[in-house]
Design a protein around this ligand. Sequence first.
Ligand code: ATP
Length: 324
Amino acid sequence: IKKIGVMTSGGDSPGMNAAIRSVVRACAYHNIECFGIYRGYEGMIEGDFVKMDARSVKGIINKGGTILKSARSKEFRTKEGREKAHQQLVKAGIEAFVVIGGDGSFTGAMIFNQEFNFPVMGIPGTIDNDIFGTTHTLGYDTALNTVVEVIDKIRDTASSHNRLFFVEVMGRDVGHIALNVGIGAGAEEILIPEEDLGLERLLESLRRSKKSGKSSSIVVVAEGDKIGKNVFELKDYVEENMTEYEVRVSVLGHMQRGGAPSCFDRVLASRMGVKAVESLIDGHSNFMVGLKNDVIDVTPFDQAVKGKSKINTELLRVSDIMSI
Ligand code: ATP
């Protein structure tokens, strides 16, 4: 292999820049030319490629977002779109690419590989940690730290006013963020997509904690919580059924995706980038790199896409015990 492309696709996450830097430098180390593909599959279709060398990626390891920009491409979902993308890669002499993104991006890469027998490797970049085949996706650790810091601040105001806060965090399908920040920030209850706590138990728990002398409470709610009520509906429900607290809601939103990557994410990105490039050099393709038992390993795309990332149920129990 002489030329490798690197791109970011789907939602951005902290650590993507560190991964781009790693791919570019691993290529330079192995005397392979590296091309940045701008705006995900959209830029691939348009041939928006820029040659990158080791110095092109200086000063980005600590930056959130992605210097290559990201996009969602409808056209790449069509055969014609993918044909255009293939022609652009061939024209530029790019023989393989590394895609940093989520499962949608890997599905696209897998289809592209099947159609054109084009070598691809994936690096999981999403704060939700909802990808099978890695205990950590890029950006997840940073997001946990960002969210815990914010909830600490919310607690300051909650405890000054005897308030109950419902804090909505990201996590449509998985409760990794909610569960971990909930424990980390000392939440009273944690509502996640995997478990239905039940509204009655929520009320019970809040009443019990009030009786036991707590002046304020934080309930962390994942976007896709199983109770099926959003944070505003939860507020209304609790206010109708108990008068002990003034209830407030805080929806954290996109700030969770921003910020400088944590040291953990920078190291993970650096390791994953090297593994992706060296796998392509060794003739492997159609795999996602991931972290398993602190070893960087690979998982076939189809497994990574089909498999489900599971929450650690031990954390549910710990959370229960902590909210006594
Ligand atoms: P996240 O959901 O974490 O933000 P993602 O990579 O899953 O990241 P998607 O928007 O699902 O984000 O996918 C990114 C891009 O991958 C899409 O815009 C599309 O171009 C391509 N893609 C996704 N699914 C397919 C598919 N079935 N066929 C071809 N291309 C696809």
